[in-house]
Ligand binder design. Structure first.
Ligand SMILES: [Zn+2]
Length: 224
């Protein structure tokens, strides 16, 4: 089976990713896979530090098989600093429903802000969105642009970040093949309320692109 033929259903779905090719094997045998359930009563405090350095930017929209990606312009520097190491924002994408769960609860959506440091190590910031009566349009500008097949959109990542939120952190993997490990995860505890209109819009592009929950094994989730 070809590498890029993986999907979220049937014989090319998540249960079978590990057997599709040797590069994907870690998906079956890895001990630090993502996503996971976060059992809040098991989370311990830590002294890790995160600072966000995002700014409004023109993002390039790229539609992919199972999601869309938003790439920041080269002109502006979008990054975060985690424990004094700088991680540059590579792109933003999203999943419906959420991939990580909180006390076994799924949310309507999960945004992934994928970063890399100078050594190529990956850090993903995850932001949960949930449909609420008082919810707002999340990244509202994207909706019209995607449906009109436009190729870029002006966004400010700060619009999705609650600066004072607690943040969960743990060591995991990519959630799509090759599900490589060594990924630092940061997950905002504050859930972004989103309106139904936003959710319906994104549902047209993202159809159940959610990997099932993986075993925590020996890992501990910490809270910043
Ligand atoms: Zn993702």
């Amino acid at each position: 089976m070809k590498k890029n033929n993986w999907s979220y259903m049937g014989s090319s779905g998540p249960m079978f990713w590990g057997g599709m090719c040797s590069d994907f094997m870690i998906s079956d045998i890895g001990e630090e896979q993502s996503p996971i359930d976060i059992e809040e009563s098991e989370v311990c405090d830590c002294n890790d530090k995160v600072n966000f350095h995002y700014t409004e930017d023109q993002f390039t929209i790229v539609i992919e098989n199972h999601t869309f990606r938003l790439y920041p312009s080269k002109a502006k520097s979008q990054y975060l600093v985690f424990n004094e190491v700088s991680y540059k924002l590579d792109h933003i994408h999203a999943h419906i429903p959420s991939e990580h769960t909180l006390n076994h609860r799924y949310f309507s959506m999960e945004w992934h802000f994928v970063h890399k440091n100078a050594r190529g190590n990956i850090l993903v910031l995850a932001v949960w969105g949930n449909v609420e009566d008082e919810g707002k349009e999340c990244f509202s500008d994207i909706s019209g642009k995607l449906s009109r097949k436009e190729t870029s959109v002006l966004l400010n990542p700060n619009d999705m970040i609650s600066k004072h939120s607690n943040i969960f952190t743990y060591r995991g993997s990519l959630t799509t093949p090759p599900t490589s490990e060594g990924v630092t995860w940061l997950i905002l505890r504050d859930i972004q309320p989103m309106n139904l209109k936003s959710h319906l819009f994104y549902s047209c592009f993202l159809k159940n692109n959610c990997r099932p929950i993986q075993k925590l094994n020996h890992r501990k989730v910490k809270k910043i």
